[in-house]
Ligand binder design. Structure first.
Ligand SMILES: [Cu+2]
Length: 159
């Protein structure tokens, strides 16, 4: 008696997909373009909350940011230090639906994902409009030449 080949193929396919899932249980799901667009469309931007983050030469203020999934936010990042600093938070920025990044009265940048912003010293500022999608605790830091700027680091939590 021969096995029906279709059943055999299904078994293999299921086995493979389970294996793939088991191999990366910690990995965050990549946000599809559709999910991102839907989140941006269905959000009520009139309920947007503004949150400030200040970059300094020796630290961030506050050191921890907390956001709620589904809530629209504007994160206003300002560099008040005497050097240029980075807001570097690639994992966090991969787990939100970004509407735009804006330098007030100057430029709006629309992109599906951002990974970092470099801000000019003494007052460089950028506003990020976004909706948190995936819960988690993510790092934010300033990195120059691949090295974390000591003390200029903190956590971004999506709950
Ligand atoms: Cu820095």
């Amino acid at each position: 008696m021969r096995q029906p080949p279709l059943l055999l193929l299904l078994t293999i396919a299921l086995g493979l997909s389970q294996q793939a899932y088991a191999a990366a249980p910690e990995a965050t799901q990549a946000i599809s373009d559709e999910t991102r667009q839907n989140a941006l469309k269905s959000a009520n931007w009139k309920e947007m909350q503004s949150v400030d983050l200040e970059l300094r030469d020796y630290g961030l203020s506050p050191r921890e940011l907390r956001f709620k999934t589904g809530q629209p936010y504007r994160l206003i990042i300002t560099n008040n230090g005497s050097h240029s600093h980075y807001f570097n938070a690639p994992e966090f920025l991969q787990n939100v639906a970004a509407r735009k990044a804006e330098v007030k009265n100057q430029v709006e940048v629309k992109a599906p994902f951002f990974s970092a912003f470099e801000l000019a010293r003494r007052g460089g500022s950028v506003e990020l409009y976004f909706i948190p999608l995936n819960k988690g605790s993510y790092r934010m830091n300033c990195h120059l030449e691949g090295k974390v700027h000591e003390g200029v680091q903190g956590a971004v939590i999506i709950e």
